[in-house]
Design a protein around this ligand. Structure first.
Ligand code: ADP
Length: 396
């Protein structure tokens, strides 16, 4: 079966076509600037990349262009659209409606509409993508894979906030967590690499990218995660503040005479390591600036590492121990110095980084010393493959 995986954002769309007989990627690409002008970058496996500029008014036109690229005689990888057996969509928010991936039905679409309130920026483009595929490929099964689903196993004590209980009951205010597909993939992968069953392990997964989150995976089930009601909570991130005293928001709104939207922008877009360093939200730029002696850049890196270090400690406490710590996503997979800074001072939980083995980027590898009680790993994430696998499983 060939599965098309779609990840729709408000003005962009990423795709990968998998041949599920061997899980190979036949082609992948990206449509950008949807609704502005439009450009498709298409990468067929083993062939040259093609860039196609076009007026891409909406997501329906973007999906049509993707399918045209996939079946094109020049740079296509399949003979016709009928070869696409199913489509899997990344959906950001499934709230409490979805604890696992589902086949799209009219009832599921209604539930997705109800979830818009929780993710007003993310879920609408996901829905547009599903509708566009239904229009272009009628009769082809579609599946939704949710960022929040993996975290639905958290116990109430981990997801209820210290607010009046009505905030949860009336408005659904609780911890949901995000990056679930990634946390699930790397926790399953680490069990495989250790030759163990995930049900016998306590794992802490660290997804460190532009947005960052940790998850405590206890015997295969997520029991806690650092992102919350929105992806703002938890670690200091590229541009997001992460955990702060909530009173700071109202204090600064008064001081700076900010509107609700301005305050939202301040903590989501202007904060994090960008706000601290004043350099960039990209960790590579911050590392370079720190190496050149920029103290604010160094401070941003120190704060980030300290944050992750503390969260790992608290999740080890939450699970009464830890067997494996996994680093993934852009920063987690690639930053040797950040992993070293995070793991410095973990003797108390029995985790020792092997500094030589840690000199690795973007490859699955154990990076702890032979005598380390807690194993440490780098594992590149692959959310698209999880979506393709779930889609195949649900559409067989
Ligand atoms: P997103 O959340 O957008 O999917 P990614 O997982 O791609 O993000 O991670 C992007 C982050 O990873 C950026 O901040 C980038 O600086 C960082 N990153 C990527 N490669 C490296 C590297 N070699 N060294 C340090 N940071 C890196």
């Amino acid at each position: 079966m060939k599965v098309l995986v779609i990840n729709c954002g408000s003005s962009s769309l990423k795709y990968q076509l998998f041949d599920m007989t061997d899980e190979s990627v036949l082609a992948k690409g990206l449509v950008e600037r949807i609704g502005i002008d439009g450009v498709l970058t298409h990468q067929p496996a083993g062939k040259d990349k093609v860039v196609i500029k076009n007026d891409i008014k909406n997501h329906s036109i973007a999906i049509k262009m993707v399918v045209d690229a996939l079946i094109s005689p020049e740079h296509g990888v399949i003979a016709s659209m009928t070869e696409i057996g199913a489509v899997g969509h990344r959906v950001v928010h499934g709230a409490e409606e979805f604890a696992s991936s589902v086949r799209i039905t009219p009832a599921v679409m209604d539930a997705l509409e109800r979830c818009i309130e929780m993710a007003p920026l993310h879920n609408p483009p996901n829905i547009l993508g599903i509708n566009a595929c239904a229009e272009l490929m009628p009769g082809v099964s579609q599946v939704g894979v949710f960022d929040t689903a993996f975290h639905q196993t958290m116990p109430k004590k981990a997801y209820i906030y210290g607010l009046p209980y009505e905030a949860y009951e009336k408005y659904g205010v609780r911890r949901y967590g995000f990056h679930g597909t990634s946390h699930r993939f790397v926790s399953e992968s680490v069990a495989e690499m250790m030759g163990k069953d995930l049900k016998d392990l306590k794992v802490i997964t660290c997804h460190l990218g532009n947005g960052s989150s940790l998850a405590a995976v206890d015997h295969g089930k997520c029991v806690d995660t650092s992102m919350g009601f929105t992806p703002l909570e938890g670690l200091v991130m590229g541009t997001r503040s992460g955990d702060i005293d909530p009173a700071i928001v109202t204090f600064l709104m008064k001081k700076k005479n900010m509107s609700v939207d301005e305050a939202d922008n301040y903590i989501n877009k202007q904060s994090g390591v960008l706000g601290i360093s004043g350099v960039s939200s990209d960790f590579r730029d911050i590392e370079n600036a720190a190496n050149e002696g920029n103290e604010h850049a160094q401070l941003a890196l120190d704060i980030f590492a300290y944050n992750v270090h503390k969260y790992i400690g608290s999740y080890a406490a939450a699970m009464n121990g830890v067997d494996a710590i996994v680093f993934t996503a852009g920063l987690g997979e690639n930053s040797i110095t950040m992993r070293e800074a995070i793991c410095d001072g973990f003797e108390f939980i029995g985790a020792k980084l092997d500094k030589e083995a840690n000199k690795v980027r973007g490859k699955a590898k154990e990076i702890s010393t032979a005598d380390s009680k807690v194993k440490i790993f780098v594992i590149p994430t692959n959310e698209e493959l999880v979506i393709a696998r779930d889609t195949k499983m649900l559409c067989k």
